[in-house]
Design a protein around this ligand. Structure first.
Ligand code: ANZ
Ligand code: ZN
Length: 950
């Protein structure tokens, strides 16, 4: 009965203790950050969330990682800023208003309130006073202010452009929002439409954005994606005069060295020259059809997806600027009007696309580069040779025999001399189209006046607020329905004018929120320069890989642009980026169709092919219905359990699978850990030899933990603190350790490490061990280091542990051949000469020299003179030592290198060994120095003594 009572009191009850700690953290202001400190600063940040009503597991994982880093940095003496806010503009709230009625602002704010409660229940250590919400007028007014500054400097401009138009969302989409011809949000087919739009000249920063990728610590994958998106190409601009015309065709090529292989030119079908060339000819009709078809397709499809590469001869010829050769001019559906000059010099022998085109239309294929020097060119190549090569067949002097870069330079030089071309760098990066024909975003602060044209809203009139008198009908831009918004006087002439109704892409909001966090309540400025400079840049940024291109490029651009406005002096916003892996969970899967289906299909045949469905791990998503609600899990197990599970399931960058079982086992682990301080503080033993081991082990664990945390190997870190250290304490107790003083020291060092994933439980520990104040505000004062002798103690103990394992399995075997239980054990450790062989072998191995040298060294040893030993050395070396040298793990190698005295270690713990193995006596000697019991002496090997039971 009594036992049950104490159990009751000690039961782990996170449901009540966690909210209590959260309240204490809040009232004590533990996580408030200030820009004045003796400590070095550390800016920890996760990508701020879009406030859908519920926190999902992806959020939980993201924040569990960030919070672990923030708490670690705080505990190790940094002045940490760790803010959060909401990316609260955007289409979902507006679409909800259209579908269900209501106002996007009300919907958004209700969502923010709900998700805030859920986030707070997790106990993340945010400085909530810095909360930024994009839809807050005190935030978006600065978007408008920056826009006006950009406009004045020509960084923002208006242009007519063919844009991707989604008719179902009635909005313009950025190229990256078009996924294989379809809208990224609603999957409707995307059309091309000509419209007047607002752009930002991000292209001015292309080189800067490329260069600075070298100074930041982004995952290689993200770096490559960014490079790809920027798409720098070095090459040349080459002009081809048109026969019987004063016009020329400008082409961009990365391969000027193929100039003499040009056998036709290809224009984008919408290139303005096409009309001029083809007009009135028999080809005009066909060209018009091709143009219409092409214009309706997205650049993405034309560039990459197009299987059917087609063209139309325009009936005219151009002249090669160097050779004067006559080449036909085509329009081709795969040439992008928006890239380079919208025209290509086609070289079928050296470009696969041109090759296929030439084959289709029977155009000459002319080889002008060979793979090997002096090689003959093939008469009829079967495919394009696209590598660098040696120039051949040049109709002009001085080119044949040139290779690669030298060939390119030579061609460019003669083009320049002829006035027909020049070297040029081309980028894939396009100006950033920021106009959206939607309501729920930052209004673009300009006014259209009949007589003055585009007039910027005076800065003193900012912010341009979103009006309330709008209807959300689902068609067109709701802002157009607001008279109060649209009808204004021109700020310049006073005449009746019309306000711009485009709003900004929400990627504008996420391009500088991290700067706003540094000075979030500033009402006079976007942020104060000194404050931003103090906190920036973000030292650790954590978010999803899906933002590798757009958000991370835009934010980098915006940071540089604001720097150039003189607002701060930071070059890059994010120093180190971590992209967390997906959270997966099982979903039905049809193998033959390759289809992942909604969980409602579980156990049923495939709706498409009728085969039975299997299950596979897939990203948790609403569309598959395989989500797990964080709320429900927290309710049941507490926040610490969910957080521990999240960090322990996989390293942060790896994908992880949701597992109810693993969650439950994390919960059981926390129950065990929760009970631990009580039992440790009740220890009643005195000082013992094993205390030295326990404290050395603690020092070792702390270093391992620090290294794991510095590398953000959070799985390793919690493995140490929540699992390994628990088994260390188990071993300590098994070895007779029970010193309450050791217990107190353990708890004091351990709790700060526990808190990075289970901060509430760690506070319980801290309080139980009688510490004053909150653990969350505690800075670890002990240094991370080992003491003299620690390593020897640790190796000896490890040796003992592995010996016990070994002895247990020998005992199992012995039992089979004995009547009754063994009562005595005789251990014979390997003689010195065997240890010397092992040491010598390891030394040679570590030196990187051939292992054969080791055997040579053995022949200079004094034991080599002993006939009996020499007879054994050769055989032992080949049969056992050589393979073993490659099997020993690092700590086993350290045991051998340290000259650990096996016999002394075992003899010193004879009592313990007997107790563990149920023996009444143990004797230990070095093989050859005592009676050879059971004939085991010759088997004695370093770290594997001969063991006999009697
Ligand atoms: C002649 C040539 C010969 C080419 C050769 C390649 C190989 P990147 O690297 O992506 O910049 N090109 C130029 N403008 C184009 C457009 N608007 N639409 C489609 N293709 C275009 O690619 C540059 C190369 O792509 C250019 O070099 C051009 O073909 C083609 F053996 O010129 B090349
Ligand atoms: Zn759409």
């Amino acid at each position: 009965m009594q036992r049950a009572d104490t159990m009751e009191i000690d039961t782990y009850q996170p449901g009540s203790s966690e909210p209590e700690w959260q309240a204490r953290w809040e009232t004590s202001g533990t996580f408030a950050s200030h820009a004045v400190s003796q400590k070095p600063k550390f800016y920890c940040l996760e990508m701020y969330p879009y406030p859908s009503g519920k926190m999902h597991m992806g959020h939980v994982r993201n924040y569990s990682i960030g919070d672990a880093v923030a708490r670690y940095k705080r505990a190790t003496g940094f002045n940490v800023i760790y803010p959060i806010g909401f990316d609260s503009f955007g289409m979902p709230a507006e679409n909800a208003a259209i579908a269900q009625g209501g106002h996007p602002r009300d919907i958004t704010e209700a969502n923010i309130a709900a998700i805030t409660t859920q986030i707070k229940r997790m106990g993340f250590s945010y400085d909530w006073a810095r909360e930024v919400k994009s839809h807050d007028e005190d935030y978006y007014r600065w978007n408008q202010w920056f826009f006006l500054e950009f406009l004045e400097r020509g960084l923002a401009y208006r242009d007519h452009a063919p844009v991707n138009w989604c008719d179902s969302c009635t909005t313009v989409l950025a190229n990256e929002q078009v996924k294989s011809g379809r809208c990224w949000r609603c999957s409707a087919e995307v059309e091309q439409k000509d419209m007047s739009q607002w752009f930002l000249r991000i292209t001015d920063y292309a080189q800067d954005l490329l260069d600075d990728l070298e100074v930041i610590d982004f995952p290689e994958k993200v770096r490559l994606l960014q490079q790809d998106w920027l798409g720098r190409s070095e090459g040349a601009l080459i002009e081809f005069p048109i026969e019987e015309s004063i016009s020329t065709i400008e082409t961009f090529t990365t391969r000027p060295d193929t100039i003499f292989g040009v056998t036709f030119l290809t224009l984008a079908p919408e290139h303005p020259l096409c009309e001029e060339l083809v007009s009135g000819s028999e080809h005009e009709e066909e060209w018009r059809r091709l143009r219409e078809e092409s214009v309706a397709m997205s650049d993405f499809d034309r560039g990459q997806m197009l299987k059917d590469k087609r063209g139309v001869f325009l009936g005219r010829y151009a002249l090669n600027p160097l050779s004067g050769e006559r080449v036909p001019i085509y329009a081709g559906n795969f040439v992008l009007y928006g890239y380079g000059t919208g025209a290509v010099m086609a070289v079928p022998a050296h470009d696969q696309r041109d090759f296929e085109f030439a084959k289709r239309y029977g155009i000459t294929i002319m080889t002008v580069l060979t793979r090997n020097e002096g090689e003959d060119s093939p008469d009829e190549p079967s495919a394009a040779f696209t590598d660098h090569g040696w120039m051949v067949n040049s109709p002009c002097e001085g080119f044949d025999g040139l290779y690669g870069p030298a060939a390119i330079t030579a061609v460019i030089d003669s083009l320049e001399a002829a006035g027909s071309g020049q070297a040029m760098v081309q980028w894939k990066l396009r100006p950033w189209l920021i106009s959206r024909q939607r309501y729920w975003g930052t209004p673009i602060p300009v006014i259209h006046c009949e007589s003055c044209g585009v007039v910027p809203v005076p800065q003193s009139d900012l912010p341009v607020l979103l009006p309330d008198d709008v209807t959300f009908s689902g068609h067109g831009n709701p802002l157009e329905s607001s008279k109060s918004f649209c009808d204004v006087d021109c700020p310049s002439c006073g005449a009746a004018a019309r306000r711009e109704t485009d709003t900004m892409d929400t990627f504008v909001d996420s391009s500088w929120y991290f700067l706003r966090y540094t000075d979030a309540s500033n009402v006079d400025a976007c942020f104060e320069r000194e404050t931003a400079d103090y906190w920036m840049n973000v030292d650790f940024y954590c978010g999803g890989i899906e933002h590798a291109q757009m958000h991370l490029i835009y934010a980098r651009f915006w940071t540089k642009a604001l720097r150039d406005l003189g607002l701060h002096s930071i070059d890059e916003p994010f120093q180190r980026l971590l992209c967390q892996g997906m959270v997966n969970s099982p979903a039905p899967f049809c193998e033959p169709c390759g289809l992942t289906l909604h969980v409602e299909h579980r156990g049923q045949p495939c709706p498409t092919c009728g085969e039975p469905l299997g299950m596979r791990s897939a990203k948790m998503s609403k569309s598959l219905g395989n989500t797990v609600s964080p709320e429900a899990m927290v309710e049941r197990y507490g926040a610490d359990t969910v957080r521990l599970f999240m960090l322990f399931a996989a390293q942060p960058e790896a994908e992880m699978d949701w597992s109810d079982k693993a969650l439950e086992s994390a919960w059981r682990q926390l129950n065990t850990l929760h009970a631990l301080p009580g039992s440790m503080l009740a220890w009643e033993g005195g000082a013992a030899d094993i205390d030295g081991w326990m404290l050395a082990r603690l020092r070792q664990r702390r270093i391992e933990w620090r290294d794991a945390m510095d590398a953000v190997n959070l799985r390793t870190a919690v493995q140490i603190t929540h699992y390994d250290m628990l088994s260390d304490v188990g071993w300590y107790q098994r070895r007779g350790g029970a010193d309450p003083e050791v217990g107190r020291r353990l708890l004091g060092s351990w709790a700060p490490m526990l808190q990075i994933s289970t901060p509430h439980l760690a506070e319980d520990w801290w309080a139980m061990s009688g510490r004053e104040g909150l653990l969350a505000g505690h800075v670890i004062s002990e240094d991370f280091g080992m003491e003299d002798g620690d390593e020897a103690i640790l190796l000896e103990e490890q040796y003992l542990r592995s010996f016990l394992e070994q002895a247990r399995s020998v005992r199992e075997m012995a039992l089979r051949h004995m009547d009754g239980e063994p009562s005595e054990m005789v251990v014979q450790t390997a003689p010195d000469w065997k240890h010397d062989m092992a040491r010598t072998g390891l030394e040679v191995q570590a030196s990187g020299e051939s292992i054969k040298t080791a055997f040579g060294l053995l022949q200079s040893r004094s034991y080599w003179d002993d006939d009996e030993i020499r007879a054994q050395v050769g055989d032992l070396w080949k049969r056992k030592m050589l393979p073993q040298l490659f099997r020993w793990n690092p700590s086993q190698k350290a045991m051998i290198a340290s000259g650990l005295d096996e016999a002394t270690v075992l003899a010193g713990s004879a009592g313990f060994i007997c107790a563990e193995l149920g023996l009444s006596a143990l004797s230990v000697h070095v093989a050859g120095e005592g009676e050879d019991v059971g004939g085991k002496a010759r088997f004695a090997f370093p770290l594997e003594p001969g063991v006999a039971f009697i």
